[in-house]
Design a protein. Structure first.
Length: 428
């Protein structure tokens, strides 16, 4: 498969050597004494963490704190993990979170209460053009309605949100329309449809394959790397709508070279492994229509009601995208594969919301691994040990973001990445 490089604008992100996950310091209850020489039982100062390490720590604290844990997010400016805690009779949970290196914030809404609110929205407000996800920064459910939600539909949505009670949810209006966009990193074509290749992977039998959006794969079975070209890959598995928007597409030639990198416009970024997203994390997206774009993760486990049906378990971001970007790769500057472009609203002129399929979930579902012999999803997180060990993990080879220029009028699929401004600043 040839890999065409057609960025809309020149982009420059730092592409140095492969950066493995830094030694994530997870749950170190006795590692730090206070500056004034107090005992180790004193609350430790918040730790400076990379976003991926903060995600690992958040997972550990969720298990440690139990019902007191009410979500978390990454403060990129201060490089700290902020953990929401519902105060109770046992104040030790707050001390435990602080000792682990997190910034602790006391909030009112528990995860159980927020989950109950989402179930109410599902039963009472599953309306095309709406979405919802828990926003840990506000400790509320963020409900978004696109421009098609008007009249009786708006009244129904607003009434359902109000019925959740004060302080449980907020509604945001989007100027655009939620839709899937066919396009991606390097474009892939099928008939009149165009999407983007997300990441090259290795199927469970060792054959080369790639991940893309499920809504692309359910629309067409065979895909080419050139418009009106001969098919080079065939859909093996696809999910859309439902519990995700992802597909595994196998290359027809078992000798196909499927490198683990992303074309970011004139240069490539090596992909080392898949990782979970964290709210507040800076991410990049590559798509065949709009090139490279960046933004932040706004929410996890988002539910989106597309015209074609409801999709759950997505990542909500403020990264822009346009038709033809669907299936394209979302990743970090450190070379971690995070998501596959699903859909959203707006464009790369006025901005908007874009939703992504988590790569870790897709890998686990299809049984694939990133790159040559990379760990399957679920084994990706490096550094999960607790009890005072510093844990680092070298990422396994990750699949390349291929996807040739895709951007089709009647195919399904949102955008994978808009051309970023020249000289995109290095963020870490």
């Amino acid at each position: 498969m040839s890999h065409k490089r057609i960025p809309k604008r020149k982009a420059a992100i730092a592409v140095g050597g492969v950066v493995a996950l830094g030694a994530a310091v997870i749950l170190l209850p006795s590692a730090n004494a206070s500056q004034d020489g107090a005992s180790n039982d004193a609350a430790a100062a918040p730790r400076t963490l990379k976003a991926t390490d903060a995600s690992d720590l958040a997972s550990q604290l969720a298990g440690l704190l139990g019902d007191a844990f009410a979500g978390s997010y990454y403060d990129g400016d201060r490089q700290r993990l902020v953990v929401n805690v519902v105060p109770g009779d046992d104040d030790s949970v707050i001390a435990q979170a602080k000792k682990a290196g997190a910034t602790v914030r006391e909030v009112d809404n528990s995860m159980a209460e927020l989950a109950a609110g989402e179930r109410t929205l599902k039963s009472g407000a599953t309306i095309p053009g709406t979405s919802w996800a828990v926003d840990p920064r506000t400790n509320k459910i963020l409900v978004t309605a696109d421009s098609t939600v008007t009249g009786e539909k708006w009244d129904r949505l607003e009434s359902t949100v109000q019925g959740l009670g004060s302080g449980m949810a907020t509604i945001k209006k989007s100027a655009g329309t939620f839709r899937t966009f066919a396009s991606g990193g390097d474009a892939i074509f099928s008939g009149g449809a165009r999407c983007s290749l997300g990441f090259n992977v290795t199927a469970d039998d060792g054959a080369p394959a790639f991940l893309t959006a499920g809504h692309c794969a359910v629309a067409a079975d065979q895909w080419s790397d050139a418009q009106n070209g001969q098919p080079i890959a065939t859909v093996d598995q696809a999910v859309f709508p439902g519990e995700g928007d992802f597909a595994l597409v196998r290359y027809d030639d078992p000798a196909t070279d499927a490198p683990s990198d992303v074309d970011v416009g004139g240069q490539t970024l090596q992909i080392t492994e898949a990782a979970e997203a964290a709210v507040g994390q800076e991410v990049f997206r590559m798509g065949s229509t709009t090139g490279l774009a960046d933004g932040q993760v706004l929410g996890l486990d988002a539910t989106v009601n597309y015209p074609e049906g409801t999709v759950t378990g997505l990542i909500q971001t403020d990264v822009c995208a346009e038709p033809g970007d669907s299936g394209g790769s979302m990743f970090t500057q450190d070379g971690l594969a995070i998501g596959l472009t699903s859909g959203g609203s707006g464009d790369c002129t006025v901005g908007g919301e874009t939703f992504f399929q988590p790569v870790t979930t897709a890998l686990a579902a299809v049984g694939a691994t990133l790159g040559d012999g990379g760990a399957a999803a679920g084994d990706q997180a490096a550094g999960d040990q607790a009890g005072g060990e510093e844990v680092g993990g070298e990422g396994d080879q990750a699949g390349e973001v291929g996807g040739e220029q895709a951007g089709q009028d009647d195919g399904a699929g949102y955008g994978a990445g808009q051309g970023a401004e020249d000289g995109l600043a290095e963020t870490h």
